[in-house]
Design a protein around this ligand. Sequence first.
Ligand code: ATP
Ligand code: MG
Length: 216
Amino acid sequence: MPDKSLGIMGGTFNPIHFGHLAAAEAAREAFGLERVIFVPSGRPPHKDSRQVVAPEHRYLMTLLATLDNPSFEVSRLEIDRPGPSFTIDTLRQLRDQFGESAQLFFVTGADAVAELPKWRDYEQIRALAQIIAVTRPGYPLPVGEGFLDRAPGADHSAGGQKPILTLEVPSVAISSHDLRRRVRLGLSLRYLIPDPVRDYIYRNRLYLDQGREEGT
Ligand code: ATP
Ligand code: MG
């Protein structure tokens, strides 16, 4: 039997939107992943906590958004783990859970991949998981310095560290930051996020009374 190949889609998901879902689905298809596990962060170390709604809200919205895709799952690993959410701890836990034969693919957008070298234990993240960097409008994929650039199917057996794989996904210029701004201003969320997530935001009156965010 072939090894399990699991996609891991980390994020704050504050809230989850079609950009995240399109990226995960494209990675699943392109790399033949058995499933993609969405991992909402508990306490993201790099985000202003005043703008981030409670972990349970983000978890439930992620669940609502992914329910109709049998290949998508949501993990509570980071939500339930005390302390700041570091990706390396999550990858280690998933490796323990699924065993050595599982292949882990960490899916990340072009903006986040540029920040990756600053993440805790970056080298070990690279060793534990194959990173897939997906395109995102407005953020060029970083290239050069041995950092990345092999498309799926390319021969990267030349030794050394596994390259980061790049994947062109259907362009969706949506961000959670813009969605929060839209809620505050009473603008439409239609066709940007799944309807159940939109209903959840309105029903729970999320994102209405937060202070202005930088750049809005
Ligand atoms: P915020 O605006 O609050 O930073 P976001 O829209 O960037 O939110 P995150 O939860 O920060 O969403 O992102 C989680 C992951 O999804 C990151 O790897 C990010 O690069 C990727 N991602 C987010 N939006 C898109 C998009 N529209 N297209 C491709 N990848 C995306
Ligand atoms: Mg972001």
